[in-house]
Design a protein around this ligand. Structure first.
Ligand code: SOE
Length: 385
């Protein structure tokens, strides 16, 4: 008999849906030691919470997250609400001994993330941050190739996350759907929202980042605030770019923006080693581009690996070789790994400590953009599982 894992979800937006889908699908495609039970969803608007609950199969609703956290029939709190709620909810949930999953970025700042790490580690509860791109099969394949030493010494890493949805000056800031533009709620702009993904993957693939030098820009300086109706200054970074040096001596370039007309969610990364290079692109997420200098010279060239075979990461759980999976599967994989880890008594990365490592880098990026100096990333947090 599988043990039941009773889940309480906070937030029912885009991320609430991706997580709920993972809770439902993971046990259907993976043989897991736990059976997730969608116990309750929490949101301030009761009618909408009820609608969400009936659509996704949650047994009940709450309208105050404190009531959810206090419930005795819940084992795990999943935080899918805006960034300014993450720390308070996670810390309260850990104090009641509940496991905590949190949407990225972990905190709005490293200080917030640090308090969250102390809370979950102090309580000894399972914890994980939803940096989902670590679970794309092509990216997992790349991780294995790097760990096997197939690239040799690493010289370069570069990553971009490009979008174009905030270019209009008429777009308001704040409130549901647009809280990512309100610096008080989000903590930062593309640095915490998009670069954080690039940084998490990079720390995982290429190790710790030692120092950064960055620049940011806010292209639209004032926007009407949805909640006040007033035109208010914009505090987020619309674009952010940085150079950095990894602890392994490799050099890197990172860029994120919401002003790259024509790009919707173009997350790309490339890594160049002594023997081989690899490239990956979220718009073509099932492919890994691979170049190996050791191939016979007459046939040497970039190859495009269709990462859909049954010996590719996660793929034996899906369809037949050659048939693709997509974005939502990354969350399913992550939750399946979490339940597997729970069964084995292990924490599943990225843990809150890993999320803190990313927040330390984003803090250093934002600081460097202000000081116009190279900034060191605090050494205590650079190691990522
Ligand atoms: C922003 O538009 C966003 O939804 C991020 O918040 C997600 O983390 C990213 O995966 C896609 O883009």
């Amino acid at each position: 008999m599988k043990r039941k894992l009773n889940i309480g979800l906070v937030g029912y937006g885009f991320m609430g849906r991706t997580h709920s889908n993972a809770f439902l699908q993971a046990p259907r495609f993976f043989d897991l030691p736990y059976e997730p039970v969608l116990k309750a969803v929490c949101a301030r608007n009761a009618d909408r919470a009820k609608g969400f609950a009936s659509n996704w199969g949650y047994e009940s609703i709450e309208t105050d997250w404190r009531a959810l956290v206090d419930r005795k029939d819940i084992d795990l709190i999943d935080i899918a609400s805006p960034n300014d709620t993450h720390a308070e909810i996670a810390i309260a949930a850990a104090r009641t001994g509940k496991m905590v999953l949190c949407e990225k970025p972990l905190g709005r700042t490293a200080a917030e993330a640090e308090a969250m790490v102390s809370a979950v580690e102090g309580a000894g509860v399972a914890n994980m941050v939803w940096y989902n791109y670590r679970r794309v099969p092509a990216v997992v394949l790349l991780k294995a190739l790097i760990d096997e030493g197939k690239l040799g010494r690493i010289f370069h890493y570069r990553a971009q996350f490009l979008q174009d949805w905030t270019i209009s000056q008429d777009l308001p800031q704040g409130g549901e759907g647009l809280w990512r533009l309100d610096v008080g709620v989000a903590g930062s702009g593309v640095t915490g929202d998009l670069l954080a993904h690039c940084i998490d993957t990079a720390l995982w693939l290429n190790g710790g980042i030692a120092e950064v030098t960055a620049m940011t820009e806010t292209f639209v300086k004032e926007r009407t605030h949805t909640l006040t109706g007033q035109v208010e200054p914009v505090g987020i970074d619309d674009a952010s770019a940085f150079l950095c040096r990894f602890q392994n001596g490799s050099l890197a370039l990172f860029e994120a923006t919401r002003y790259a007309r024509g790009h919707k969610a173009l997350y790309t990364l490339e890594i160049n080693g002594e023997h081989a290079s690899a490239r990956w692109d979220l718009h073509d997420l099932h492919r890994l581009q691979w170049f190996d200098h050791r191939d016979e010279s007459r046939v040497r060239g970039w190859r495009s690996i269709h990462v859909t075979d049954s010996d590719h990461p996660y793929m034996k759980h899906w369809w037949v070789p050659g048939l693709q999976i997509g974005y939502e599967h990354t969350f399913i994989h992550q939750f399946a790994d979490f339940l597997q880890g729970l069964g084995e008594g292990k924490q599943t990365p990225p843990t809150f400590r890993d999320g803190l490592a990313t927040d330390c880098v984003t803090d250093a990026v934002l600081k460097s953009a202000k000081t116009r100096q190279w900034e060191t990333v605090p050494a205590a947090h650079v190691k990522v599982a």
